[in-house]
Design a protein around this ligand. Structure first.
Ligand code: WT7
Length: 656
């Protein structure tokens, strides 16, 4: 874990004008403190309920929470219809910017409502009913958002799979969720080129290669690029054939607050991804509340831009449900930041007058590498608030971000949360908090988090800067947008999150953290076998299983090593099978990197693969990843006394 000297870093109070006009004042902390559940009840009232809830929280069946008991609502109605009914139908919901230059669309709330209704009617025609699962495997096109909202409107669960995932990763997710429908596009634009996407869906739902009969009845395809696609008659349908002509009349049905809203697969400590389950009332309440207060959105005037992909939780919460429930105007961009060149993000900010910009530290560091000149060439004066998410932001990147994007004036909200928490948990309030670069600061009003030692004792804020001041980050009280389970695996849910501090009944987030001297929280990163590559969560076990899937690999061990650009980078150590002794090592390494890209995704491709004769193991056979991390980062080896054979390291070092 990085050692951060929290003492010497200066702090940044909010600008007075920002604080004066901020949505959230320090009263919010006081209100939440006074009566936490009443506070959440009041936040839930920001939504429109068809049937009011009778209780805020039922925690009697912990760790399975029920929030807003008895309440009924329609999530899509809350994100779309109610804004139109309130007279804001002409407000722009989405300024969509395609990757090809000048490929743009503007969609008002009234238009979005029509599109969602059409899609809901079309999906109903296809036989979709509440509770069904729908896999969405799409680039960042408006139809992806429409598809998510149409599912929500019908009470069907979406399972969005990042379009950078491979066919086999998609297949695993479709099979686990037993999805009935897949929504995709013919292809997607990547750095100016149209590449196929539907092909991966065809592979993923093909009968052969799977033991089970596919549950997928239809594949609904949006024409995005116009490239040729294979077509399975009866199964495949064009979006423009069935959604475009559908009726724009659709009456939303209200569902229970605990009705499932979506599944989102994320990496855990084993090779099998976990289908994280989120439900309706609590998820929408906290998503909407945090978006309003952390991003200080003024729906009448702000232009908000979150650069995440809808394939991740950030896209779900802070592109779809948070912003739309608050009726704001946002930019949605399809492409990569360097397409057609490195000016793209700055041009988009300038053109649309973006006021709030939310991105990941890895991208900030990329911009830093590209240089100060680039943002200096553009008018970024519309920006008034910046956000960061996905990994700890290093203080240097934080300061550069504020300087280059925010004329050294705008507040930065560093938001700590997870796929499992559903929405932001620890973050500054931009008009209240005096920020320290690199710290996510304090739990948001209504949220409770602690840093504790092995036995669950809370650490003393800021008394010690030694290694022993590092502890475990726990959430000691339930929160509305908490995950409600892992799809089909309640035991894994309890084991993964609730067993480490079972006695206390706390959720263990998997992160290490420490307190700074004012009691602020410094998140240090994962302490389990989960890596964070450019803000993407990948498990060591997943990559290891892809590597041993290659016929030449006998054994593999994977670690995340610190990387200037991506936060962490994947380093693999592999033992080859004897019959591969003659294959040139370079060729093997090449093959293996490709293997991981096809099995999981190009984002999981290891930065380095070392062919080694042996792996360091304890007597119980556990691979000592800590020591491999030392090797990967070129450090002195830590304690090797528990190893069966400490001399393996000479051979491993020699491989580097
Ligand atoms: C893990 C969750 C939250 C949406 C994107 C990632 C790390 C996330 C921060 C932050 C330090 C952070 C944690 C967390 N993380 N945000 N602001 N500061 N670390 O969601 O894929 O579920 O990953 O990302 O390690 O546990 P995710």
């Amino acid at each position: 874990m990085p050692q951060i000297d929290t003492e010497v870093l200066s702090s940044y109070p909010p600008p007075a004008a920002f604080a004066d006009a901020a949505n959230a004042t320090s009263d919010l902390y006081d209100e939440a403190e006074k009566d936490r559940l009443a506070f959440w009840g009041a936040q839930a009232e920001r939504l429109s309920w068809e049937t009011p809830f009778t209780d805020v929280l039922d925690w009697s069946d912990a760790p399975f929470a029920k929030w807003f008991v008895g309440g009924r609502l329609n999530v899509a109605y809350n994100c779309v219809d109610r804004h139109v009914e309130a007279g804001h139908g002409d407000r722009v919901a989405i300024h969509w910017v395609g990757e090809p230059v000048d490929d743009e669309r503007t969609i008002t709330y009234a238009q979005l409502k029509d599109e969602v209704c059409k899609a809901a009617n079309a999906l109903t025609e296809l036989g979709l009913v509440a509770g069904d699962r729908v896999a969405i495997y799409m680039p960042m096109v408006p139809e992806a958002i429409v598809a998510m909202l149409a599912c929500a409107r019908l009470g069907a669960m979406h399972s969005v799979v990042f379009a950078g995932y491979s066919a086999s990763a998609l297949r695993a997710r479709i099979e686990d969720a037993e999805a009935k429908l897949v929504i995709t596009t013919d292809g997607q634009f990547r750095r100016g080129k149209a590449v196929s996407l539907k092909e991966a869906v065809d592979d993923a739902v093909r009968e052969s290669g799977s033991e089970r009969e596919s549950t997928v009845e239809h594949v609904l395809v949006v024409r995005r690029t116009g490239i040729d696609v294979e077509w399975t008659e009866g199964r495949d349908l064009w979006w423009h054939d069935i959604v475009d002509p559908a009726s724009t009349d659709h009456t939303p049905e209200a569902f229970d607050a605990e009705h499932p809203l979506f599944l989102l697969y994320t990496s855990g400590t084993t090779g099998k991804p976990k289908g994280i389950l989120h439900t309706s009332g609590g998820y929408l309440t906290q998503s909407s509340y945090t978006h309003f207060n952390v991003f200080d959105v003024k729906p009448e005037s702000d232009v908000y831009w979150c650069t995440a992909d809808i394939g991740w939780i950030t896209g779900h919460t802070y592109i779809v449900y948070g912003p739309l429930s608050n009726g704001v105007t946002q930019v949605v961009y399809e492409g990569t930041p360097a397409s057609p060149d490195e000016h793209r993000h700055f041009q988009v900010i300038e053109k649309y007058g973006v006021t709030i910009y939310y991105t990941a530290p890895t991208l900030v560091r990329t911009f830093m590498k590209w240089g100060r000149q680039l943002p200096a060439e553009h008018d970024l004066s519309s920006l008034r608030l910046l956000g960061s998410v996905g990994e700890p932001i290093n203080p240097e990147a934080w300061r550069w971000y504020r300087m280059a994007f925010g004329s050294d004036e705008t507040p930065i909200v560093d938001t700590w949360w997870q796929t499992e928490t559903g929405s932001a948990m620890i973050s500054p309030l931009p008009g209240v908090t005096t920020c320290k670069p690199g710290s996510a600061m304090r739990p948001l009003p209504g949220i409770s988090a602690k840093i504790v030692d092995d036995d669950g004792n809370q650490l003393e804020p800021g008394t010690d800067h030694g290694e022993q001041a590092n502890g475990y980050l726990v959430l000691d009280k339930p929160w509305p947008s908490m995950l409600r389970g892992i799809w089909g695996d309640p035991d894994r849910f309890k084991e993964t999150y609730w067993s480490r501090f079972a006695e206390q009944g706390w959720y263990f987030a998997g992160d290490g953290a420490r307190y700074g001297k004012d009691g602020e929280i410094w998140v240090l990163g994962r302490i389990d076998d989960v890596m964070n590559i450019s803000g993407h969560r990948i498990s060591t076990a997943e990559v290891e299983s892809a590597l041993v899937g290659h016929s030449g690999v006998a054994e593999a061990a994977v670690v995340g090593a610190t990387d200037d650009q991506t936060g962490q980078a994947i380093c693999a150590f592999v033992i080859l099978k004897a019959h591969h002794a003659d294959t040139p090592q370079e060729q093997m390494v090449d093959e293996l990197r490709k293997q991981v890209a096809t099995e999981i995704s190009p984002i999981a491709r290891p930065r380095e693969i070392h062919v080694v004769p042996e792996l360091p193991k304890t007597r119980s056979g556990k691979i000592m990843r800590r020591l491999l991390r030392d090797v990967a980062e070129g450090r002195e080896l830590g304690d090797t006394s528990t190893l069966v054979d400490p001399s393996v390291f000479e051979a491993i070092r020699a491989s580097k």
